[in-house]
Design a protein around this ligand. Structure first.
Ligand code: PLP
Length: 386
């Protein structure tokens, strides 16, 4: 049986063989605690610091700003809860993108329960965060703004640099946090030139291992820790570091940035060929944000619900996504898809195709043909029971 075509890279990506090779010794002969002073401990510390440099270079930040975490969920929690709590003396308003990932949205709701007032920043008609609305909502007492850079369901690239300028002028005390999970490896990323205070990253979205990520700080604004223990990671993420995974993350970030131009060009070609084929099928709607990366493609399929279509596609060896993997099992419909302007019926028929460096090599014509075959299968009237 041939390997399936994996078109759900926004959920996770296959581990790059070079990354796995770099990680292996840190599970075996080089395994050590980076906080101990022994020779092996010092060697582990050096590897950790090298990974920190690599992650910082890949996202245009300083190595001293990189706080390793278990992934982006933890990084987003640390950023939102840590920044809002540290700044509560200046005000208790927070502004959060309405189509953020659940781990950001749930933190905002938790802050609401702590007494912060949460304003939600809607999208404009082009599917990007609404800057005019942001200008209205930002106030002197806004202490936190969270807006992702690349949307995980539509591929929209939000105008974060412009948002940062507004934040600095209208809410000078606010910490601006950016979930950049889907941005690294897909566009040129620089924390310092974005003008944000922090970024969240995740290794497993970049052909790195699951269980490693980072909160990358520009260094100017302090955070309140949300977990307590030893002094690792500037005291912001106490606990023994996941050394092998962090080493893998460092290399994965470097490779993602190095291979980005080639990947982006290939993804752009793939998308154009795929959409040309899809246009001939009829009944499909494509989400086309005004500014977008090519590697994430949000689609609204014809009836029935996308879960049924995805099963049919999987039987034909094509793996697709239904939107945010973390929400796929929740009974409620994705609020971030609703924020993109989809009604309930469209959300049920939402299908996401997302490309990795590996799956971008697949033939888009094969995917279109599978969609066509499944459309035909699903359109056939159900055989009446005998
Ligand atoms: N933010 C975005 C935009 C994501 O797409 C994801 C994963 O789906 C996350 C955060 C959570 O990342 P992690 O799996 O590293 O916790």
């Amino acid at each position: 049986m041939t390997d399936p075509i994996q078109l759900d890279a926004a959920a996770t990506t296959p581990l790059d063989a070079r990354v796995l090779e770099a990680m292996l010794p840190w599970f075996t002969e080089r395994a050590a605690n980076a906080s101990t002073r022994s020779g092996p401990g010092a060697r582990a510390r050096a590897a950790l610091e090298e990974a920190r440099e690599r992650v910082a270079r890949a996202c245009g930040a300083r190595a001293s700003g990189v706080v390793f975490t278990s992934g982006a969920t933890e990084a987003n929690n640390l950023a939102l809860l840590g920044a809002a709590r540290a700044r509560a003396k200046h005000g208790r308003r927070v502004l959060v993108g309405s189509s953020e990932h659940a781990c950001v949205r749930e933190c905002a709701l938790a802050l609401g329960r702590e007494g912060f007032v949460v304003d939600w920043l809607a999208l404009d008609t082009g599917g990007l965060c609404d800057l005019e609305r942001a200008a209205e909502l930002l106030r002197e007492d806004t202490v936190l703004v969270a807006q992702m850079l690349v949307h995980n369901e539509s591929g929209a690239v939000h105008p974060v640099r412009e948002l940062a300028r507004l934040v600095r002028s209208r809410a000078p005390r606010a910490h601006l946090h950016v979930d950049a999970v889907q941005a690294l490896g897909k566009l040129e990323l620089s924390l310092l030139s974005l003008g944000a205070d922090s970024l969240a990253l995740s290794a497993h979205k970049l052909h790195g291992p699951q269980g490693a990520g980072a909160l990358v700080l520009s260094g100017e604004r302090p955070l309140a820790p949300i977990t307590f223990g030893g002094g690792q990671e500037r005291g912001l993420r106490p606990g023994t570091e996941n050394l092998a995974a962090i080493v893998g993350f460092g290399l994965a970030a470097e490779l993602a940035e190095r291979e980005r131009p080639r990947f982006s060009a290939a993804a752009e070609r793939w998308r154009a060929d795929f959409l040309a084929g899809l246009a001939a099928l009829g009944g499909w709607r494509v989400l086309e944000p005004q500014v977008r990366v090519p590697a994430i493609l949000g689609l609204v399929a014809p009836e029935p619900a996308s879960e049924i279509r995805r099963n049919h596609l999987e039987a034909r060896g094509i793996l697709t996504g239904a939107g945010s993997a973390c929400q796929a099992t929740k009974a409620n419909l994705s609020p971030s898809l609703a924020a993109l302007g989809l009604d309930e019926a469209s959300i049920r028929r939402f299908l996401r195709l997302s490309l990795s460096r590996e799956s971008v090599a697949c033939d888009p014509g094969v995917v279109v043909e599978a969609l066509r075959a499944v459309d035909t299968e699903l359109a056939r009237p159900a055989r009446s029971a005998r």
